[in-house]
Write a protein that binds this ligand. Sequence first.
Ligand SMILES: [Fe+2]
Length: 259
Amino acid sequence: MFAVISDIHSNIEALTAVLGDIERRGIKTIYCLGDVVGYGPNPGECLDLIIEKTKWCVLGNHDYAALYEPTNFNYGAEQASFWTRFSLEAEQETQRRSRRWSFLGTLPMRRTLRIKLGGVNAAIIDFAHASPRKPINEYIFPDDVYTNPLKVRVLFERVRHICFVGHTHLPGVFLDEPDFYLPDELGDVYPIIDSEKAIINIGSVGQPRDDDNRSSYVYVDGNEVHFARLKYDFETTAKKIEAIEQLDNFHAERLRDGR
Ligand SMILES: [Fe+2]
């Protein structure tokens, strides 16, 4: 069994809740799809936990922004990334500060697992923050299936079997027809089979945007990908955001609404 988490966005309350849930399920292996930082009030603490608890992590666009520069960010997101950098730089303990920066600075863009699942399937699973084509920045929205089916088909040419992504904060499964299924429509389970390609968006731990304010992540048990949702104390996170002048209050409001 393993769990996949993504888009923590400096939300330590959500991350702590999700890690606790994963531990309760007895899952020891956790992979992370990036955007550990950005938007939220606890970048350093989230990095420390991700370093400690996950097997590996790939680079997200907000991690890239804190490290290098924000690209195509709106004003609020850009301000948040500058504040994130400031906050990480303000850490007084040299060792901790440099461990966080060197973790960010060595994140890979992609990872691949070749794995036997449920003793039956030999799966090739790719992991990227955003898309199999442009792993850091490309958005794959559920609507693309209807408004831009060619884009989705071209993306699937880059998928060998299964690709886990985050980035849009909208969980669900893309098939190569193309088609998109919400977790609800699948009874929260997608079975990986040899003969079907899928791009699986696992949703966001720290800033869900599908009108459900609970944290989202997945765990894989046998050949089944389970979509999990979890309540966390978003009010505490929201209040911390509101108390930091450089962080737009909208980032707090959206946590309450899950948008
Ligand atoms: Fe994100």
